[in-house]
Design a protein around this ligand. Structure first.
Ligand SMILES: Nc1ncnc2c1ncn2[C@@H]1O[C@H](COP(=O)(O)OP(=O)(O)OP(=O)(O)O)[C@@H](O)[C@H]1O
Ligand SMILES: [Mg+2]
Length: 466
């Protein structure tokens, strides 16, 4: 079955409605006018007949036929009168005149009545008892008249009516065409937009039209696209996260094997080197032994970090004063910096700031960020640490004066193994991210607005029930 659109349906409904109403109204109008005119016309002929009957009274009484004929001929001059007959009470035709016409006609008769007043001589009776006059039928006049005039008028009216109906129908088509177009075009635009969106253009938005209903539809459509876009982004993020988790899981297994396979031989190498060190001479040979020791240390660190990251210790949550934890952690960290020309200026409130957390894991994560800051500063200059205890979160900022992070790297620095440093493993920030996430907090990085250095912000929630 063919399905017709709104445009076509509205157009058809408009044409049908206007045509039906003009036809009905026209039909009723023509009929009423016809009846009205017919009545007026008959009234006019009846009046003429009565007028003739009144004039013919004397002629019938005295049987004056030439006079009656003249009266009849006078009436025959009227436009629609075809034949006039004057007949006496004995049914004798006293006058009969006619026009030679073939037209359709109707007949009307009027009685000729003689009124005899009984008390004409009594003025009092004349004034109060007029109805006492006696009436005698002495004859009748018969008029044949043509109804062609009315029929012609009716035909003219019908033709005009058909013309007006046709003009109205054309007008209605135009009117409904523009009306339905104004309704349908926003819908068509929406359909087009939906197609484009289906083809992948999620950035597209439709402009709301003038009609409240369609503009509401357009706004809902745009809102739907916004939410679709948001869900799409969330899905992509979830997908990325899933891939990351999978990589981590794979890496966890891999690093466990490496740890087992390398750690033991490395221990043996280390003790062997220690034994050898006692036998070798001072000088050049000792430097080679030192190289071996350095590389063993590096390998050991790599393995330790692998293990730390791939098999993270379960956080041992307890109530911690984060400000005190940080102050103590920085003091320890500063001891490691004794050989560097670096200073840490810390701005940590003296009042306690309690939250649930594992201070060992948290300080190891913060230490990784501090270590990066030291490395970025090339082991000299100043690093600023600021902490603030808000109503809902503890916020820590670590600012350095290094070269900052390259903008394309900003989105990748928390990925495991992402590093730009020759000696780096790329696990420091990945570990910090993991720990902060396990504490339901966030860690972010950006370049400083001063144009020199980076700033890392860690936020830990203070609410209960985590
Ligand atoms: N403060 C900083 N300034 C500039 N770049 C930084 C800073 N902190 C981190 N980065 C960038 O992020 C990368 C990843 O850091 P991450 O701590 O994870 O690994 P790494 O420092 O390279 O190695 P590791 O921590 O194992 O020694 C770094 O290689 C560096 O490019
Ligand atoms: Mg690092």
């Amino acid at each position: 079955m063919k399905r017709y659109g709104i445009h076509f349906r509205l157009l058809m409904a408009g044409i049908l409605l206007i045509s039906a109403s003009t036809l009905t109204l026209g039909y009723i109008g023509v009929n009423i006018t016809h009846e009205f005119m017919q009545e007026r016309f008959e009234n006019q002929i009846r009046f003429l007949a009565k007028y003739l009957a009144l004039n013919a009274e004397l002629g019938i009484l005295i049987d004056e036929r030439p006079m009656l004929k003249r009266l009849a001929e006078n009436l025959l001059l009227e436009k629609d009168v075809i034949r006039v007959m004057i007949i006496n009470d004995r049914e004798e035709c006293l006058a009969d005149v006619a026009k030679g016409s073939e037209a359709r006609c109707s007949t009307l008769e009027a009685p000729v009545i003689l009124k005899e007043n009984e008390n004409l001589d009594n003025p009092f009776r004349q004034q109060f008892h007029r109805k006492e006059s006696k009436e005698t039928l002495i004859g009748k006049v018969r008029i044949d008249y043509s109804v062609e005039g009315i029929a012609e008028l009716l035909t003219v009216m019908k033709v005009r009516f058909i013309w007006w109906s046709a003009i109205l129908a054309v007008f209605s088509v135009l009117l409904f065409y523009f009306l339905s177009r104004s309704i349908v075009s926003p819908l068509t635009r929406l359909v087009g937009a939906a197609r484009e969106v289906a083809a992948g253009n999620m950035k597209l938005r439709v402009t709301p039209g003038n009609l409240p209903e369609t503009s509401e539809l357009a706004l809902s459509f745009n809102a739907m696209l916004d939410s679709l876009e948001r869900s799409g982004r969330a899905l992509a993020d979830a997908n990325r996260e899933m891939v990351k988790q999978k990589t981590l899981a794979e890496m966890g297994k891999f690093s466990m094997i490496i740890a087992h396979e390398i750690k033991n031989p490395l221990g043996i190498i280390k003790s062997s080197v220690d034994l050898l060190k006692n036998d070798v001479d001072q000088g050049a040979d000792n430097i080679l032994v030192q190289y071996i020791e350095d590389e063993i240390r590096r390998l050991n660190r790599l393995i330790e970090e692998f293990l730390l990251f791939s098999k993270p210790a379960m956080p041992n949550f307890r109530e911690v004063d984060l400000n005190a934890m940080l102050a103590e952690g920085i003091s320890r960290f500063e001891i490691q910096l004794s050989g560097d020309e670096i200073g840490i200026s810390s701005d940590i409130p003296g009042s306690p700031c309690y939250a649930g957390g594992d201070p060992d894991l948290l300080m190891r994560a913060i230490g990784n960020v501090l270590k990066n800051a030291v490395e970025a500063n090339r082991r000299k200059g100043r690093i600023s640490v600021r902490a603030a205890c808000g109503d809902r979160a503890w916020v820590l900022e670590i600012l350095d004066e290094g070269e900052g992070i390259r903008p394309p790297d900003l989105g990748r620095i928390f990925e495991p193994f992402f590093t730009t440093r020759a000696q780096g493993t790329g696990l420091g920030l990945a570990y910090a991210f993991q720990v902060i996430q396990n504490h339901h907090g966030t860690i972010r990085a950006k370049n400083r607005s001063t144009g020199r250095g980076a700033v890392f912000t860690i936020e830990l929630p203070l609410e209960e029930g985590r």
